[in-house]
Write a protein that binds this ligand. Structure first.
Ligand code: PRX
Length: 581
């Protein structure tokens, strides 16, 4: 897998400054040249945290603001690269003092406060594998991920401790919980809990970053599939090569930019492009603790003179709903370049942004597994509205037939595949090597997406090849939702599908049958929705629950989601020969 492709060999070209000549750039691009723009650790290793923060200490970026934090309640904090270096050194020391060593898994479960970013970088400095958990996750969602990863330490806050307390008896590997009390709530540490503030105040600011190699694990994000619990896509330190290059050439980050990525680090966009991409380029970035509030978002762009913005189609559609009037109340003239990822970006959103901001959203495509952007509309080329763009140099994408033996003719739908390897690709699904291996065939990585490629080489998203549901850019696994549903005392069996939604792309719809003694009622449906929200998260909770006497099953007892979906959407039911009588 480490073999280079022929077109990557025998080439001593330096990375071109832009993608104006797309074909030429592609033929001359070598990932090795990107390595040369990065530094290695003084001892020769490669470490994401060093590339993002500490290497800038040797340059004039040392005292540049790296992080502007917009906290709730109009609080603001600023941190330079030098500040972050010292704080993350301290946090790495705290981890070592708790017995954390290279390769241990350390997870975070925090809102978007500066301490989240300090923890993530500190964990990586210590050579541990960081697993950021979305702070809106409920009990089952955190338990599944902490259990599967065998996380040894968790960094959280008093506001979320009740969820941790509810599951920690089921987590034998979890030894310590570090509690960040950003909002100074009354809190006394319990057994195995450590106050972040106290531990940091006692820790040295000097630290020698762990000598990780490019193939050591650095970060893992859990992602949902059709079957089974979420899988931990594990990345290595070499991923920084992809983060750095794509942040530079796709997001077009320059030294004087003020950049804002709206994604939470609980999802891959929030780490690859909310931490490592911008900071490895030495760019100042904005982080807002608050979620989506339209006027606040525009206020932030105005206040901080944001130049480059990376967000998601659902948010853009929400902005469109509020319309031009809201835009006109703000001075958004600082915006230079805007990008979108996670779901198909409708052509109307591209046109709308051009009309109201004067610049258009550039869509790009990638996945948790790919680690960095693979297909994109580029800064200096015309956008094809409705298309995800063309492959990044160094990336080969194709539309393959059902057995992955041949490329489909131009314009025809098929499986979107990528030639491997590339530096930021995932190296395993944690504890699920077989599943990982099954994603590769005939030299291709199978993305699980259906797409087509047009005559100009642009890719167009068609849909998922599996049952995964995309709710506002977040993948929801039907199996996880079904598992949560059947834990409710009233639910006998459950089948979950995605149904189209004009704002959020898809929403979850659940079909359930009830246990004896339970009556269908609006109250029960509400209770079931709340139950799933508390176990998983709001995106996974069914927007609609339909109660049926029984669910369609195969003769072997498997609920036929495909049939539920066909019936719901009025599509042909296809082959029903295995349907239980
Ligand atoms: O189905 C595709 C969709 O989101 C999936 C990846 O989700 P995740 O691993 O959570 O990573 C999200 C952020 C990178 C893809 O397999 N997707 C992503 N970008 C696009 C997209 N669908 C259509 N257009 C896109 N630009």
């Amino acid at each position: 897998m480490d073999e280079l492709r022929d077109d990557q060999k025998n080439n001593d070209f330096r990375v071109p400054p832009n993608l104006s000549d797309y074909e030429k750039t592609r033929s001359e691009f070598r990932w090795e040249d990107i390595h040369e723009e990065l530094d290695f650790l003084p001892g020769g290793g490669l470490n994401l945290a060093y590339e993002a923060i500490d290497r800038h200490l040797k340059t004039d970026k040392k005292d540049k603001v790296a992080l502007i934090w917009d906290g709730k309640g109009k609080v603001e904090e600023k941190y330079t690269f030098a500040d972050l270096s010292l704080l993350t050194n301290q946090f790495a020391n705290v981890l070592n003092s708790l017995g954390v060593s290279k390769g241990d898994r350390v997870f975070t479960y925090l809102d978007r406060v500066p301490e989240l970013y300090i923890s993530i970088i500190g964990i990586v400095k210590a050579g541990a594998v960081v697993g950021p958990l979305f702070s809106a996750f409920g009990t089952e969602a955190i338990k599944d991920r902490l259990l599967d990863s065998g996380a040894k330490v968790l960094v959280t806050c008093p506001e979320l401790l009740h969820n941790v307390d509810a599951v920690k008896a089921d987590l034998p590997a979890l030894e310590k919980i570090i509690v960040v009390n950003k909002h100074n709530v009354p809190y006394t540490p319990k057994e195995n809990e450590i106050s972040y503030e106290q531990a940091m105040s006692e820790a040295s600011t000097e630290y020698e970053i762990c000598q990780t190699t490019k193939e050591d694990y650095s970060i893992m994000h859990y992602t949902s599939g059709t079957t089974g619990k979420p899988k931990g896509a594990a990345h290595v330190h070499e991923a920084i090569v992809g983060h750095y290059a794509t942040a530079k050439y796709v997001l077009d980050l320059h030294a004087d930019d003020i950049y804002w990525c709206t994604a939470d680090p609980g999802w891959v966009t929030g780490t690859s492009y909310g931490i490592f991409g911008p900071w490895s380029n030495g760019v100042t970035q904005l982080v807002s603790e608050q979620g989506f509030v339209v006027s606040h978002w525009y206020d932030l762009i105005t206040k901080y003179r944001v130049t480059v913005w990376y967000t998601a189609p659902t948010a853009i559609r929400m902005l469109m709903k509020y319309g031009e009037k809201e835009v006109k109340k703000h001075d958004l003239s600082s915006l230079r370049y805007i990008n979108s990822v996670g779901e198909p970006l409708n052509p109307e959103a591209v046109t709308w942004s051009k009309d109201v901001f004067g610049i258009a959203f550039h869509d790009n495509w990638w996945q948790t597994e790919t680690g960095c952007i693979q297909i994109a509309n580029y800064p200096i080329q015309d956008i094809k509205p409705g298309s995800m763009g063309r492959p990044f140099p160094g990336v080969t994408a194709a539309i393959m037939n059902d057995d992955f033996s041949q490329a489909m003719p131009c314009g025809e739908e098929g499986h979107l595949c990528l030639k491997y390897p590339w530096p930021s690709m995932f190296r395993t699904y944690w504890n699920k090597k077989e599943l990982y291996d099954s994603r590769f065939k005939n030299g291709w990585y199978i993305t699980g997406d259906k797409a087509r490629q047009d005559a100009d080489g642009y890719f167009h998203f068609v849909g998922r090849a599996d049952d995964v549901i995309n709710v506002a850019g977040h993948l929801v696994g039907p199996f996880e939702v079904e598992s949560a549903l059947v834990e409710h005392p009233a639910v006998a069996e459950a089948g979950v599908i995605g149904v189209p939604d004009p704002l959020r792309m898809e929403v979850v719809k659940a079909f359930v049958s009830l246990r004896d003694g339970f009556e269908a009622s609006p109250h029960l449906k509400l209770e079931i929705k709340k139950f799933v929200t508390e176990k998983l998260d709001a995106n996974s909770a069914p927007k609609d629950i339909e109660i049926l006497p029984t669910l369609p099953k195969t003769r072997s007892g498997k609920i036929m989601r495909r049939l539920l979906k066909a019936r719901e959407l009025g599509l042909p039911e296809g082959d029903t020969s295995t349907l239980e009588e």
